[in-house]
Ligand binder design. Structure first.
Ligand SMILES: NC(=O)c1ccc[n+]([C@@H]2O[C@H](COP(=O)([O-])OP(=O)(O)OC[C@H]3O[C@@H](n4cnc5c(N)ncnc54)[C@H](OP(=O)(O)O)[C@@H]3O)[C@@H](O)[C@H]2O)c1
Length: 336
């Protein structure tokens, strides 16, 4: 695929920044989109070797129609990562679901008026998971599966932010697939549905308290919080492998209009994370919980198709935990 200049939304976030670095390392030009001039400046200053290959656009409100019209000019492809990921909400529909939907609408509409050839969207395993499916017998989720949650269930006042977030990812991804059917734009689409994503950070964060939602769970364990977080699903991926999956999904012509579920074949629990910390770090002994937590191996998620079609090989859980926790421990020491 002939792509040289890529717009990345959510470029200053945990996953987005890793994608930016993978694109730059492949020699591609990158335009990052962010709401925050200071985060843009930090990302830019931290990459002195890429000053001619990296620029940022400030989009204060991603939800408004037309805000991406200028940002997509000259762009060959878009990786749309930005979406609200927080469980600290008071109004799930307005804080999680509508922003996710409007963000997709806004970027797709702008792209259809420019010369964008492909859009890759970071969806989530949350858009795949069906809580009514129970094992035994053993079953494996694939990219053909969709979360059956309805819009009214997702916005109901009694619905938790976790479930509403799952709705936000499902409805935003569906919006993109429906847009293709209805508007038949010149670009094709690839969606990526990762499970829990952990690993080292390359985005601007200086305090462990400000780590993104998924990594913060690992840090809470390292910080000695008890009990261990609940392991809702046993699937995970390293952020560096996920960034590679996005970039491969962007550059391989043959994967257009496909949906992928990148995931490590290793199932995890937070007890496994605690054990890695206890084995690898002297400081963790006496601090990190030794609570038991079963690893759920009663069902699976197909990560193999991504290895076959996108060439991604997965890191081990140990490597991911060690790399993030070592980095976060240094941040903790430096912020004292
Ligand atoms: N982390 C995981 O475990 C995981 C797993 C599966 C899928 N995902 C998906 O991956 C994507 C990125 O997640 P992440 O973990 O990298 O989160 P993150 O670190 O919080 O980054 C998300 C980025 O999106 C932007 N953003 C957030 N809310 C926004 C809004 N209302 N309007 C516009 N921009 C907004 C923010 O950029 P600015 O503040 O710079 O504007 C932020 O840097 C999300 O789509 C998430 O659903 C994450």
């Amino acid at each position: 695929m002939d792509i040289s200049y890529v717009l990345v939304t959510g470029a200053t976030g945990f996953i987005g920044a890793q994608i930016v670095d993978k694109l730059l390392a492949r020699g591609l030009k990158v335009r990052g989109a962010t709401r925050s001039p200071s985060k843009a400046q930090s990302m830019f200053s931290a990459r002195p070797n890429y000053t001619s290959k990296l620029d940022f656009v400030i989009i204060r409100d991603f939800e408004q129609t037309g805000v991406f019209d200028d940002a997509v000019q000259g762009i060959d492809a878009v990786i749309h990562v930005a979406s609200p990921l927080t469980y600290d909400t008071t109004d799930n529909e307005n804080e999680l679901i509508i922003p996710a939907l409007n963000g997709v609408r806004s970027i797709l509409t702008a792209a259809s008026k420019a010369s964008v050839k492909r859009i890759v969207i970071t969806s989530s395993f949350a858009a795949v998971l069906d809580l009514s499916r129970k094992s035994p017998p053993f079953f494996t989720y694939t990219s053909a599966d969709w979360n059956p949650l309805t819009y009214s269930e997702a916005i109901a006042p009694c619905t938790s932010a976790v479930v509403a977030y799952r709705g936000s990812k499902k409805f935003a991804e569906l919006e993109a697939w429906n847009y293709l059917q209805t508007h038949k734009p010149q670009f094709d689409l690839v969606t990526i549905c990762p499970p829990m994503t952990f690993g080292p950070i390359v985005h601007p964060v200086s305090r462990v308290e400000d780590l993104n939602e998924s990594n913060v769970q690992l840090w809470k364990i390292a910080a000695g919080e008890k009990p261990l977080p609940v392991t809702r699903v046993p699937f995970w991926i390293d952020v560096r492998d996920l960034a590679e999956a996005h970039v491969e999904a962007l550059v391989r012509p043959e994967v257009g209009n496909k949906r992928f579920t990148p995931a490590s074949p290793e199932h995890f629990s937070y007890e496994m994370a605690a054990k890695v910390m206890l084995e690898e770090f002297d400081w963790a002994r006496g601090r990190v919980s030794e609570e038991e937590q079963e690893v759920d191996v009663s069902y699976g998620l197909d990560g193999l198709t991504v290895t076959k079609e996108l060439g991604v090989k997965y890191r081990s859980f140990r490597e991911t935990v060690v790399d993030l926790v070592s980095q976060a421990r240094e941040m903790e020491k430096n912020s004292r």
